[in-house]
Design a protein around this ligand. Sequence first.
Ligand code: SAM
Ligand code: DTB
Ligand code: SF4
Length: 364
Amino acid sequence: MSEARHDWAKEEILEIYNKPLMELLYDAATIHRKNHDPNVVQVSTLLSIKTGGCPEDCGYCPQAARYHTDIVGNDLMTVSQVKAQALRAKASGSSRVCMGAAWRNVKDGPEFDEVLEMVRTINKLDMEVCCTLGMLTENQAKRLAEAGLYAYNHNLDTSEDYYKDIISTRAFEDRLETIDNVRKSNVTVCSGGIIGMGEKLEDRAGMLVALASLNPQPESVPINALVAVEGTPMEDIEPIPIWDMIRMVATTRIVMPETQVRLSAGRTEMSREGQAMCFFAGANSIFAGDKLLTTPNPDVNQDMEMFKLLGLNPQKAFTKISQPKTVEASDSQYKGLNEKPKWSRPGHSIERNEQAKKKAKLTD
Ligand code: SAM
Ligand code: DTB
Ligand code: SF4
């Protein structure tokens, strides 16, 4: 029977987060061992299939068009490019490919049809396929499921309160609605957030309350440390201490015992010892490969050396949930509805984001 609780209070979570470290680690590791093999870590490779030029104003993101960062933008990759990258990822030990697109939301049409074909292609390579494409309708989630999608990543990113200070072009409820749409299909949910964006501890706890209250809880929860990229409104934020990551991972493990907790962006700043403590605290998945979407990540050889040193083994594909069946486009029971969903546009002003936009204009 599931021991997951959905009624965590923020104060309870803060109390866990602030425990003496040795107690926190012991509690988290005990729960981890009850629910998972502590020597197995799931390995995913990220693939940015459409990079940059995004209309949103997420204050952390180098792909938002308005901040003019140094990243090299790209139109949608082709299915054969994606297949070649997936084969490379599989050969290097990844069991999952996560395809990211710098879109606000998915639009029915030729580009989405291409993405569906990418999903079919990777599923046929017997790898888990994940997508992160922005907001999604129920019909679109079902079309992705039919193509063989294993997981959909859609992060809450921070607490509902702090969300308004980070993004003005959509609302926290839009995120929840997309997650709900994914839940109406048989695709698993990957949803987490970022720490180190200037949030309070209450916001970290608030984000965990929101994630843990989802029923079922997300199958995967990525915990990212902010990668402060020049040109974004958060360029000057100092990296968080490793202790914050360890505490956040341990707390996530305790409030979501069955989920895969993913040690995500920010690993280039972490020592092996720091990462080892995160694995001990309950992290059991990582992104591998020398690039996340646009920023650096430790290279595969370094990670494989770390796995050897720590006695960790990569998780085999479809260990947790069996492989979805792929339905060919010609046999699909769904078609694009060309819906015009009313995703919100709060449009409030965020001083830090406005400043970054102005600065980008001046240097154009
Ligand atoms: N556009 C889609 C969306 O926002 O859902 C998918 C791609 S978006 C880049 C996926 C996630 O990457 C974001 O939700 C955020 O959590 C993470 N991310 C983006 N920039 C980051 C940064 N600089 N540091 C850490 N995580 C970041
Ligand atoms: C997630 O939580 N982190 C990944 C994945 N899901 C899509 C993305 C991290 C992006 C870091 C900044 C970049 O490389 O652009
Ligand atoms: Fe666009 Fe996603 Fe980046 Fe926000 S996080 S700017 S939606 S790519």
